[in-house]
Design a protein around this ligand. Structure first.
Ligand SMILES: [Fe+2]
Ligand SMILES: [Fe+2]
Length: 226
């Protein structure tokens, strides 16, 4: 059985993760490297464990989370689909069975909001974990320079990510809900800015939550917005 640790130890995969992130850096995108993929892997795993799915299903979500953005090494456009094909090759070579590969590549191929559908529980967990990773530390060079100078060079994605002081995705099993909570700094990015770029992601999160039998809730600065 191919474990999450086997996947993490795979040198080729590491190379693809690093080069995918390097390409996104060149394009001016936020951080998509180990901090992002490890967080997504953990959150997707925790979500399915919390919902009572079998350990192996949750582990497949962890594997999908770790691998989900490698397609960016080819091109940002259609990176979900290209990444799924790359993951197929890697996992097949590692000896994973076709039944499990099918679940992982369906999830990876369905994580980008332009084409995503929560087609299985692993895909739904990956969508929720990926779309909720919004945080200041994903903005490149955010820690350097004075804040004013840094802010002037930001696009709207940087601005919204930079404004998020913290965010967390919480499963509320008693109320059958999953809640994305975040603290948004009002000076840097208005809540409206957040919605302008994240509306399609939130709609997708709602669908993913519903697939898992949950309501999706969004709480920004202690206000329940959804
Ligand atoms: Fe992605
Ligand atoms: Fe991602």
């Amino acid at each position: 059985m191919v474990t999450f640790q086997d996947v993490k130890n795979n040198k080729e995969l590491k190379t693809y993760i690093e080069n995918a992130d390097a390409s996104l850096k060149a394009l001016g995108f936020t951080e998509h490297s180990y901090a992002h993929v490890n967080k997504v892997a953990k959150d997707a795993y925790d979500l399915l464990i919390g919902l009572g799915y079998p350990e192996r299903t949750a582990e497949l979500a962890r594997i999908a989370g770790y691998m989900h953005d490698i397609g960016n090494v080819i091109n940002r456009i259609d990176h979900a689909q290209s990444g799924a094909v790359m993951a197929f090759r890697l996992l097949d070579k590692m000896g994973m069975g076709a039944d499990e590969i099918s679940i992982v590549i369906a999830a990876i191929g369905n994580h980008d909001e332009s084409t995503a559908v929560p087609v299985n529980p692993v895909a739904a967990a990956l969508i929720l974990a990926d779309k909720s990773d919004v945080r200041r530390s994903r903005v490149r060079n955010a820690a350097n320079g004075n804040r004013k100078g840094v802010l002037d060079s930001f696009d709207i994605y940087d601005r919204v990510n930079y404004a998020v002081e913290w965010s967390t995705v919480k499963l509320d099993i008693d109320h059958k809900a999953v809640e994305l909570q975040m603290q948004l700094h009002p000076e840097i990015s208005a809540v409206m800015d957040y919605f302008e770029i994240f509306l399609s992601r939130m709609v997708l999160c709602k669908r993913a939550a519903e697939f898992l039998g949950l309501r999706f809730q969004l709480k920004i600065n202690d206000y329940n917005l959804l």
